[in-house]
Design a protein around this ligand. Structure first.
Ligand SMILES: [Zn+2]
Length: 411
């Protein structure tokens, strides 16, 4: 199949990213700028040295580099800068919708207020109109449940204005199991947040069971080590609990020995709601396009499998501004999306208005030279939701199938 695909297919095909840490996605050139802004670091004399320092070697070095890098994020405007840079990088590989973690607790200790930090990130993200991005607050498990509990009200006050759709706990999974965070997750749900937790990456299947039973999470961050527990794999499949899988990250951190050994294909074959994501792309030297490419080259994924991964991401997404729910509602007549903000049916005329001034629905079909069915339905108009609309309306028109649209990106 690879021979039939143009080399830039992976960049062009529309993609959805659900597990990406803002602070692990800063393009090296932007990080270099920030380091210089604060006087430089003599141990990192040039950008080549920076790239070498960012390259993953082992987990202690990764954590050390993570903290080192964070010291160059000191002012709110730095978060605007990285928000914009990360959004541009996503747009450049045709990611049409993303949910991005930001780790405010790491920076509160450096004097930055959670709401102001989130507002700065949002400001930067919104400068890029090609894609739609929701925020997910990483409460960082290493600071403990009491700290997480105090952060929640601040997030709740800002969540509608800044589109903070969910919460999660990243950090040292093996040292901080999920169970003590049960009350935090209960409170988060009461405040209207969606929930995910990193589990089955640093720790084994018991951490995934803990996230499901004690935290009642909607999604699992990674979930890779579920492969060690057949009962758990069945459970994840039966309940369609989405997994935010990050194959290259797992390779770099040693969770798997090779991409060949990654359980992602096995999980997909068993009907699990698997999504593909990048985690910390700047530190793991990856991108969503590169992840797709690795899955095709190493695990023999075909376009139908990649389409299924994208369908899964759409199913698992926590919807911004109700667009997904609105689109599904127009077809199904009832809401299938869990978004708290879109509990209203939307008439086609209104849909057209949401697509932009003078908008309307347009529908086209063709077959691309790579063999993938191309079905393109576009909300005509100049609205910022246009690219997202292309993918989502396919869900409406195609029912359970999304045709990955190459035409949508001018291929
Ligand atoms: Zn992560």
């Amino acid at each position: 199949m690879r021979d039939m695909m143009r080399p830039d297919w992976f960049e062009l095909v529309p993609k959805i990213e659900l597990h990406l840490h803002l602070e692990g996605a800063i393009p090296p050139a932007i990080l270099w700028e920030l380091i210089q802004k604060y006087g430089g670091d003599p141990t990192v004399p040039d950008s080549a040295a920076l790239e070498a320092k960012l390259r993953y070697r082992d987990f202690p070095q990764f954590l050390e580099t993570w903290m080192w890098k964070n010291q160059y994020l000191r002012e709110y405007e730095d978060f605007e800068r990285i928000g914009e840079a990360v959004a541009l990088h996503l747009a450049s590989q045709n990611v049409v919708y993303a949910e991005i973690f930001f780790s405010a607790p790491d920076f509160r200790r450096r004097g930055l207020a959670t709401q102001k930090l989130a507002a700065a990130v949002r400001e930067g993200l919104d400068r890029v109109e090609q894609l739609d991005i929701s925020l997910v607050a990483d409460l960082v498990r290493d600071y403990g449940p009491d700290d997480a509990m105090t952060t929640l009200p601040e997030l709740a006050e800002a969540k509608d204005d800044l589109d903070i759709v969910g919460i999660g706990i990243g950090g040292s999974e093996h040292e901080f199991p999920p169970e003590p965070f049960a009350a935090v997750y209960e409170e988060a749900r009461a405040l209207g947040f969606h929930t995910s937790a990193h589990a089955g990456e640093g720790a084994g299947p018991e951490s995934i069971w803990g996230a499901i039973r004690a935290l009642q999470v909607e999604r699992i961050g990674h979930g890779t080590r579920a492969a060690e527990d057949a009962v758990l794999v069945d459970y994840l499949g039966e309940h369609r609990i989405p997994l935010e899988m990050c194959p290259v990250s797992n390779l770099r951190t040693g969770v798997v020995e090779s991409i060949e050994a990654h359980p992602i294909k096995q999980f997909l074959d068993r009907g699990l709601c698997v999504t593909v994501n990048t985690d910390d792309p700047a530190m793991f030297n990856t991108s969503l396009a590169a992840e797709f490419e690795a899955l095709v080259d190493v695990l023999g994924f075909d376009t139908a499998t990649l389409r299924r991964v994208t369908e899964n991401a759409l199913e698992a997404a926590w919807c911004r501004r109700g667009l997904i729910a609105a689109l599904r509602a127009t077809r199904a007549g009832s809401l299938t999306c869990r978004s708290r903000r879109a509990h209203r049916p939307v008439a086609p005329a209104q849909l057209a208005r949401e697509g932009g001034a003078g908008g309307g629905l347009r529908r086209e079909r063709s077959t691309h030279h790579c063999g993938a069915l191309v079905a393109l339905v576009r909300i005509a108009g100049q609205g910022r939701q246009e690219a997202l609309g292309e993918v989502l309306i396919l869900q409406v028109v195609e029912g359970p199938r999304i045709a990955l649209t190459l035409d949508a990106c001018g291929a």
